[in-house]
Design a protein. Structure first.
Length: 137
């Protein structure tokens, strides 16, 4: 799991969380936000590659960023994306509860186990760090 400020990213399957709550993003929106969470910023060529991997085109970047902004606003968050003309995008990092915007990989020491568990178990079945958890069916 990757954490940057108030945002968290699970990798298998890729999913974005804000303060422990899942954001309902499309695969292309998730791919773009995952890239920005990992790197903090991305050039147009990197964005094109991430979107192509998700089955989208760089030509749809404006629509994708609009939808991300709308979904973040609906969740009570500020605009997470800053466009840099002729370069690419920068992630506007909302601080976590401690005021940090740092990138963390794995378990964060400042996040109670219950919060991390709720992020990890938000989906009924997933593989995280080589362990498998599934819902009872």
């Amino acid at each position: 799991m990757l954490w940057r400020g108030a945002l968290a990213l699970t990798t298998e399957p890729p999913e974005i969380f804000r303060h422990g709550r899942s954001l309902d993003l499309s695969p292309a929106e998730t791919a773009l936000m995952a890239l920005l969470i990992r790197r903090g910023r991305a050039a147009h060529r990197d964005i094109a590659g991430a979107l192509a991997h998700a089955g989208a085109s760089i030509a749809s970047l404006d629509v994708i960023t609009y939808r991300i902004r709308r979904k973040f606003a609906g969740a009570g968050a500020s605009d997470p994306i800053e466009a840099r003309r002729r370069w690419g995008l920068v992630l506007r990092v909302e601080p976590d509860v401690r005021g940090s915007t740092a990138l963390w990989i794995g378990t964060r020491p400042d996040v109670p186990d219950s919060t991390a568990s709720s992020v990890i178990s938000a989906r009924p079945s997933r593989v995280i760090f080589g362990t498998h958890s599934s819902a009872t069916t």
